[in-house]
Design a protein around this ligand. Structure first.
Ligand SMILES: [Zn+2]
Length: 331
């Protein structure tokens, strides 16, 4: 992937939306489920070409995919996508669907998604099914770019919100890959119609990143003798975007629950970052704070919302752990 990517007359954009099924918690699948957080069941993509300060639609791609690992629809996924188990059984295996998707994309394009989970899920599926797991094209998340131009900087908005924002006629249900990629493409097109192309291109240019690079950044504090001191440093880490080094805005202020400090930050160019700091004991029995900051995924939003709720109810100690029931352990 070229390091500095120029958007020129003729540059192609692939707007991708994926739907995926997820494992049931605690169920055995014969694989490490963290290597396949979602198994793709639906691929939707739109191709646009940049020309004369706007976007020209070139084509659409849509394919239902039959999952082989998480074959039964998770209730969350069922509720969100309105798909049935029968429907997904009629899909095309990923090994066949993925090469079709690639040939639709062509050689040279910028990948665009709404949110930043899709490239990761795609890479996990590519790897699981024995493909080279490099996407090898620049990627950007349209969602924070939309928010910025809609005067809603830092707000996380749905595709449907953006569709209404531009008064785009709605005739499909959302949350199918076809409909979501179709609407995301129209939002993108509308953004060019309602804003100065040069301003939009500048923001897109600075939002582009390599989806094959590590999306997690780690920072470690100096050693301290005192545990509370170590936790204090967790609140004082430089809150700067690991990519552009701009100051981050906090969406959820840091809070400590048990042994971790959580926070959610936002960069106006690069979207949301999930942040967790843990205090560890060094070999010399001193304390160090280790912070991990990464592009927030959907599961990070859920995690931090749960933790914030728990913190509100129970404070630093968190919800008291209930001991196992006696008669259960004796049986
Ligand atoms: Zn940034």
């Amino acid at each position: 992937m070229p390091s500095a990517y120029q958007i020129n007359e003729g540059t192609k954009f692939i707007i991708l939306d994926l739907e995926w099924n997820q494992p049931f918690p605690g169920k055995e699948y014969g694989i490490d489920v963290s290597t396949l957080r979602g198994e793709i069941i639906d691929i939707g993509a739109e191709k646009y070409t940049y020309s004369c300060g706007g976007l020209i639609h070139e084509g659409s791609f849509s394919m239902q995919v039959r999952p082989k690992v998480y074959r039964k629809l998770h209730y969350h996924v069922q509720k969100l996508t309105h798909k049935t188990n029968k429907e997904i059984r009629n899909g095309v295996p990923f090994e066949e669907a993925f090469p079709e998707y690639l040939s639709f994309c062509g050689d040279d394009y910028i990948l665009v998604c709404w949110g930043n989970s899709d490239p990761d899920i795609l890479k996990q599926n590519m790897k699981h099914y024995g493909f080279d797991d490099k996407i090898d094209h620049p990627f950007f998340d349209l969602q924070p770019v939309f928010s910025r131009f809609a005067g809603e900087r830092g707000q996380q908005r749905s595709v449907e919100f953006a569709v209404d924002f531009y008064n785009i006629p709605k005739d499909d249900t959302f949350h199918s890959a076809w409909a979501d990629s179709h609407y995301t493409g129209l939002i993108f097109k509308n953004m060019f119609e309602h804003n100065k192309a040069s301003e939009l291109l500048a923001v897109i240019g600075s939002s582009l990143r390599n989806p094959d690079l590590v999306k997690e950044f780690a920072f470690v504090s100096g050693e301290t003798e005192n545990l509370d001191e170590a936790y204090k440093t967790a609140f004082e880490f430089p809150q700067i975007c690991p990519i552009c080094k701009e100051l981050l805005k906090s969406k959820i202020e840091p809070f400590r629950i048990r042994k971790s400090v959580y926070a959610l930050y936002s960069c106006k160019e690069h979207g949301d970052f999930f942040c967790r700091t843990r205090v560890k004991k060094s070999k010399q029995s001193k304390y160090i704070a280790a912070m991990v900051i990464r592009f927030a995924t959907q599961s990070d939003y859920y995690l931090i919302a749960d933790k914030a709720e728990e913190f509100k109810k129970f404070g630093i100690q968190g919800e008291p752990k209930t001991p196992p029931k006696e008669d259960e352990t004796k049986m």
